[in-house]
Design a protein around this ligand. Sequence first.
Ligand code: S3P
Length: 161
Amino acid sequence: MDKIIILIGFMGSGKSYLGKKAADFFQTEFLDLDLVIEKQQSLSISQIFEKFGEEYFRKLENEMLRKIKIGSIIATGGGIVEQKINRVFFQTQDKYVIWLNPSWETILSRIKNTERPLVSKLTENELLDLWQSRKPFYRECADCIIKNPNLKNLIKAIQSR
Ligand code: S3P
């Protein structure tokens, strides 16, 4: 791959699942930033939030994003776009950023019974507000937007980058 493919989007948009499948298809490396953080800290994302708080997690996320050396397709956490420095980082030339942007109904049905710290903490309306408030950030970073993310669409987007 000439450019690193970065997958962004809200929780439940399919970044990890489809990213892995696409990497298998292209026979390239796949990296999930949340898993890298969990491994490096020997703690789950929920434990990191619980023990040290969200701000600390954001700092780790930010540091880890810059440390990544391998990986042709990278799945990021849904909140990575909140920091301006990350949005600027995504816009550098060696990266192709794809926003997986399914409907709110799809997102909600996928995340509502999961262990994610923000899902446990926020009500459905608050999660909807968070999604709305992040959309301009995803849009700002995206070289390509996939409205109905599935493997076929993602492969097509990567091929025509
Ligand atoms: C977060 C999304 C999560 C994870 C953390 C915070 C967010 O990743 O990074 O729980 O702020 O939206 P996924 O988008 O892979 O669920």
